[in-house]
Design a protein around this ligand. Structure first.
Ligand code: SAM
Length: 216
């Protein structure tokens, strides 16, 4: 069973996301949870999207990590397997996605624009291809920074606005300019950078994916 908005301490004001749109996004991802081809439960840990997280976070023994918009927990699963003593939490708007998250990961149903966690609750926070669905992007980034401890590390992997139109996307989806997210992260984090990201080490990035790194 997962938690629903239980850890209320330190929560910020409620999200302004329209309730009908919120319901539509949840419904859409609940349905997508049955599409294993496009929303897989696992990821090859050699893929650079995983490797950049592992490398930047470093040793996670006794650390607490939050996967924001975790889906079926494919990244959280690797973090758990690669680090003994880590406490990994996965938050998602879709209960049906969360139902696929493996045991050992603390599952939380909620919105990335009103994270149900106290300020400074996590050593590391990351969001892979989920911020693009947040609608209130500014607020979701502020929330991720809020729940990060001082000195904590944050990674966002998402798509580059310059490639917008490459795939069919739902009406609420947004992709990002490098500087756009860097500026949002710089409000709360001291060290912010971004780079292009490929899937494989021996393949040059095609510009679709970007990774943003920040330290609070
Ligand atoms: C493309 S999937 C990515 C899932 C996962 N991060 C991964 O890489 O496998 C986007 C995820 O974001 C979740 N999501 C969308 N909007 C959300 C919101 N406002 N708050 C929390 N999760 C959200 C969806 O339910 C979905 O699981």
């Amino acid at each position: 069973m997962w938690e629903r908005f239980t850890a209320r301490a330190g929560r910020s004001a409620p999200t302004a996301l329209d309730p009908l749109l919120r319901r539509e996004i949840r419904r859409s991802f609940n349905a997508a949870s049955h599409d294993e081809e496009h929303f897989p439960s696992t990821i090859d840990p050699r893929i650079l999207h995983v490797q950049v997280l592992l490398k930047f976070f470093g040793n996670l023994t006794d650390k607490s990590v939050l996967d924001v918009g975790c889906g079926k927990g494919r990244f959280a699963r690797v973090l758990l397997e690669e680090n003994s003593g880590v406490k990994v939490s996965g938050l998602d708007i879709s209960e049906e996605m969360l139902a696929c998250v493996p045991a050992g990961i603390y599952r939380v149903a909620g919105m990335m624009t009103e994270l149900p966690f106290a300020a400074s609750a996590f050593d590391c926070v990351y969001a892979t291809e989920s911020l693009e669905h947040a609608v209130e992007i500014d607020r979701a980034v502020a929330e991720m920074c809020r729940v990060l401890k001082p000195g904590g590390k944050l990674v966002i992997i998402d798509k580059n606005a310059e490639h917008w139109g490459r795939f069919k996307t739902p009406a609420w989806e947004r992709w990002f300019e490098r500087r756009e997210l860097e500026k949002l992260l710089e409000r709360d984090c001291s060290s912010v950078r971004s780079e292009f990201l490929s899937y494989w080490e021996d393949v040059a990035p095609d510009g679709l994916f970007l990774v943003w790194f920040a330290q609070k």
